[in-house]
Design a binder for this molecule. Structure first.
Ligand code: BG6
Length: 520
């Protein structure tokens, strides 16, 4: 098996092809270069994921990892950094033999993003690896760097010949981390700069939520079963709530987050993707193109519900308590401007103008310093048209709900009404749970393992394309513009206590239509 298949040729149906399901493909010979190798993402996610892939036997024995940064490191110093990262963050146990083989392919290139000589050294290193380790001229460039540097690095990769797409039998791909622009216009211009160097089929944009097992299970749940499809529409679904709540604060992340805020950080990418997968029609196959087409159709049909002042909410955490300890508010977090208007909580309401979803609001919310860490997609169903039970006996029943628990406690919950044991016909809500942890013996791989492997295999299904990114900005931009206008008039995000469930305006937003947020 080889991983050198070009993206276009990998039109397979992973749900239908049993060989694929049982035996993951192994990446062919290649090298991955990480720009921004000294950053948090590289240490906490990328390096551990590479070791885990090697441990699972999914990398070619000739795989090479090249670090590129300003530090004056030798290859051995770099290897030690990777070794520490693996020790702290890898999922699979440390095995000397796996490590030794992997570490033989580590190289470090000391250089600056704007310096031609640095790229010449990088090219020399990669050609050396092609010749001695057998990386076959296949190179993935992982840009784990601030977006402002994307254009420069892409341009230098191009002028040094490293981005060339015309070498027979070889590939050159770029991997880009978010944020991809800060609105539609900036995303479009970034897309065009990157695509001047790398054609769209060689650009792999990371949205790590798409690498999560539970997110992929959404496709299995919807399209490998008969049970859910008939009720997956506006005839039965009252509304959908997509929640990504975090209990952590933003200490130490001011450089990235101040000026960005929750909606740009999370809603534009992770939550819009979850919405698209929840709402899309069945793709004609699971080929990357067919999947993308369905997501694009949904996003094209989506817009924010007006008026925005009533159907969006934003907040900023104030001091409060978390896990029994007092914590400071955002404005007192180190590095944040004391007048920052960056929202740490955002909620929006979308409508999807299709036959399937017209009239069903999709509520998307995210926040830091909330009650607990939980990501879920909840389809909340309409109430029965008639309730033949004595009102006093059925006071405890709410609406049926199907909840996809993305994390933690990955699984699915079905909430429905049941009779309470006893002589009376008393009815109450109960939950039926499916849990990954107990249903399967295998542990789920980390999202980054799956995504890095897919980059090396040239398998683009789990990477949003330009159009998806742009459409997501098109949906979100009116809310951002509205908040900017409010700020200009002296407005600001509503404070909410750390450890709670967000600002009152978010509760009011749902209460206006007689709904309420789930308290996961
Ligand atoms: C990132 C956001 O994309 O996702 C962070 O930038 C957030 O702000 C993180 O904390 C959450 O990821 P996960 O996988 O822990 O839910």
């Amino acid at each position: 098996m080889s991983g050198t298949t070009p993206p276009q040729a990998s039109a397979r149906n992973p749900l239908r092809d049993p060989a694929d399901k049982r035996m993951p493909r192994i990446a062919g010979p290649c090298a991955m270069v990480i720009f921004g190798v000294t950053g948090d993402l590289a240490r906490k996610k990328l390096m551990p994921a590479i070791y885990d892939l090697a441990h699972r036997g999914l990398l070619s024995p000739s795989f090479a990892l090249v670090g590129f940064a300003r530090r004056d490191w030798a290859d051995e110093d770099f290897a030690q950094v990777v070794r520490d990262a693996v020790a702290q963050h890898s999922r699979t146990p440390f095995e000397q033999q796996v490590w030794d083989r992997l570490a033989e392919g580590f190289r470090f290139v000391s250089g600056n993003f704007d310096d031609d000589a640095s790229y010449a050294r990088l090219a020399e290193t990669l050609h050396g690896l092609d010749a001695t380790r057998g990386t076959g001229g296949n190179h993935a460039f992982y840009l784990s760097i601030p977006p402002a540097s994307f254009p420069l690095v892409c341009e230098k990769l191009s002028s040094s010949g490293l981005a060339a797409q015309d070498k027979p039998g070889c590939w050159s791909r770029v991997v880009i981390e978010k944020p991809f622009g800060h609105d539609l216009a900036s995303a479009e211009s970034l897309n065009s700069v990157v695509n001047d160097v790398f054609p769209e089929s060689s650009v792999f944009r990371i949205d790590h939520y798409l690498g999560k097992e539970t997110v992929q299970n959404l496709l299995a749940l919807r399209f490998a079963n008969e049970l859910f499809e008939p009720v997956w529409n506006s005839n039965y679904v009252d509304h959908v709530q997509i929640t990504m709540a975090e209990d952590i604060g933003l200490g130490g992340r001011a450089g990235y987050y101040d000026g960005i805020g929750a909606a740009r950080d999370v809603i534009q990418n992770h939550l819009m993707q979850l919405m698209a997968l929840t709402a899309m029609e069945e793709p004609v196959s699971f080929s990357p193109r067919a999947l993308q087409m369905e997501k694009i159709k949904v996003l094209s049909a989506t817009q924010l519900i007006e008026p925005l002042s009533e159907n969006t909410a934003r907040g900023q955490y104030a001091a409060g308590w978390q896990g029994g300890t007092p914590v400071v508010g955002l404005l007192d977090e180190q590095g944040f401007s004391p007048t920052s208007t960056s929202e740490t909580y955002a909620a929006i309401a979308c409508e999807i103008n299709t036959r399937r979803w017209a009239g069903v609001p999709f509520y998307l919310r995210t926040g830091k310093r909330l009650g607990r860490r939980v990501t879920e997609i909840a389809l909340v169903f309409k109430r029965p048209p008639h309730m033949p039970f004595d009102a006093a006996m059925s006071t405890d029943i709410g609406q049926n709900a199907l909840v996809i628990r993305v994390q933690p406690e990955e699984g699915i919950t079905l909430r429905f009404a049941s009779k309470v044991p006893g002589h009376l016909m008393e009815v109450r809500d109960v939950n039926m749970d499916f849990s990954y942890g107990t249903a399967f013996a295998e542990e789920s791989p980390e999202a980054y393992e799956r995504l890095i492997l897919d980059v090396l295999l040239g398998e683009p299904s789990l990477f949003p394309v330009n159009k998806e990114v742009e459409l997501s900005w098109r949906i979100l931009d009116p809310a951002l513009e509205n908040w900017a206008r409010e700020d200009a008039d002296g407005g600001r995000p509503q404070p909410y206590p750390a450890g709670g469930w967000g600002p009152e305006s978010a509760d009011e937003m749902l209460a206006r239509t007689g709904r309420q947020w789930r308290r996961p």
